[in-house]
Design a protein around this ligand. Structure first.
Ligand code: 13P
Length: 253
């Protein structure tokens, strides 16, 4: 049975001290919680991964990277490889975030390579996708999401999906304070699961966690997460405050 996941994408926020404080606070707060079916993930910036991973030891907190290069190693100035991430205890990576697509030109084709590289290294991929505002307004959102998934993920074999987590993040809801309504999220998540049923069958589709991301806050998390095809969230702004993030974790249980 699939798990709920609450993942905090810290983006380009928090220096070393702030990162350590934040993970320490989350660790302390969730110790008291009896979490049964919810995984907790935090994704700090690269330079703080090791420190955060050390602090997260002996807790339920898992540490993910926000990006990764598709090559094993070599002359790629400024890039980070799967081996480097694994060597500091990181086993999950966020790929395909809309900010990577928008500001750094990451395409579906590139993302397919990054996904392959992560899976070759037995890492988990938290794969982000979602439509822009104009695409939703033009009623193209289902088509956009379908092509993002097909282009980057549908070349995979069924067994590879054990290491895939999906994160539907409508771009118009990211950092805007405007969330998809719970019904809009459910409608899209059900559509996504159906695409996976059609391609891979019921078992793969039932086992893949599909997270919602985009202005999830303590006061709207419970209603969104209560939808049957929403298996937790990928949280930006609200993951930067211990209290807010922990409330969202509680909402997922
Ligand atoms: P916000 O929660 O700040 O809208 O960000 C969502 C997001 O992009 C998570 O990856």
């Amino acid at each position: 049975m699939r798990k709920n996941i609450v993942a905090g994408n810290w983006k380009m926020n928090n220096d070393l001290d702030a990162s350590k404080e934040l993970v320490k606070g989350i660790k302390k707060s969730i110790k008291k919680l009896d979490l049964k079916n919810t995984r907790v993930v935090v994704a700090p910036t690269f330079v703080n991964l090791l420190s955060v991973a050390k602090k997260a030891k002996k807790s339920r907190i898992e540490v993910a990277a926000q990006n990764m290069h598709q090559a094993d190693n070599g002359a790629f100035t400024g890039e980070i490889s799967a081996d480097m991430l694994k060597s500091v205890g990181v086993k999950s990576v966020i790929l395909g975030h809309s900010e990577r697509r928008e500001y750094f030109g990451e395409t579906d084709e590139l993302l397919a390579k990054k996904v392959d590289q992560a899976l070759k290294n037995k890492m988990e991929v938290i794969f982000c996708f979602g439509e822009k505002l104009e695409e939703r307004k033009a009623d193209n959102h289902f088509k956009v999401v379908e092509s993002q998934l097909k282009n980057a993920l549908f070349h995979l074999e069924a067994k590879a999906w054990k290491r895939i987590v999906l994160a539907y993040e409508p771009v118009w809801a990211i950092g805007t304070g405007e969330t998809a309504t719970p019904d809009q999220a459910q409608e899209m998540h059900a559509f996504i699961r159906k695409l996976i049923v059609d391609k891979y069958g019921d078992e793969v589709a039932e086992n893949v966690s599909v997270l919602y991301g985009g202005s999830v806050k303590p006061d709207n998390a419970k209603e969104i997460f209560s939808k049957p095809d929403v298996d937790g969230g990928l949280i930006g702004g609200a993951s930067l405050k211990v209290e807010d993030f922990v409330k969202i974790i509680k909402a997922a249980e």
